[in-house]
Design a protein. Structure first.
Length: 184
């Protein structure tokens, strides 16, 4: 873990000196310097004091970089295509086990002629258009504002039944080791 670099970066961003941290925590400047350069690992109790002096939650100091807030600006979204009809997939963000995207489905287009299955669970929110969705023996028509969810290991398929492009916000929970979902 790179706790020391995190502490240093927060301290500098807040314009707090090592001396000020030491004054609030009772720690020596030498020790704090070693903490910030990752030459020593402070105890949880010491980290709690440092977090208090920095006015941040202790849990934040313990997060790995990939666990912290990730920002994807609209103009920075990754765009991929998926399925036989090359549906446009705008990737909004992801964590180790979740990802969120907007899928644009042209009129009449679908995720494929045959239902397909893959690891994970999905929640869909229709942002625009009219969607037909089927999973096994269940099927329904969804319009703007409607939502549906399913376990993706059961074969499923989605089709745009409207006359305009449909936009569907999809949140996927997946095992990062086994993910083979069509929205890649």
């Amino acid at each position: 873990m790179d706790i020391g670099s995190t502490i240093r970066s927060i301290r500098k961003r807040k314009n707090i000196t090592i001396a000020q941290i030491c004054e609030k925590t009772g720690l020596s400047q030498g020790f704090m310097s070693q903490v910030e350069t990752n030459k020593t690992s402070p105890s949880i109790a010491t980290l709690e004091h440092i977090a208090g002096a920095l006015d941040v939650p202790l849990a934040y100091l313990l997060l790995k970089k990939e666990e912290r807030m990730q920002i994807v600006r609209k103009e920075e979204r990754i765009l991929t295509s998926s399925g036989p009809e090359q549906l446009r997939v705008f990737h909004l963000g992801s964590t180790q086990h979740m990802r969120m995207m907007i899928v644009e489905i042209p009129p009449g287009a679908s995720t494929g002629e045959m239902p397909h299955a893959h690891e994970g669970e999905e929640i869909h929110l229709v942002l625009q258009g009219k969607i037909y969705a089927e999973q096994g023996e269940d099927s329904a028509i969804f319009e703007e504002g409607d939502s549906f969810s399913w376990n993706a290991c059961t074969p499923h398929r989605v089709r745009n039944d409207g006359e305009q492009p449909a936009l569907v916000l999809i949140s996927v929970y997946h095992d990062a080791q086994k993910d083979t979902g069509w929205m890649g």
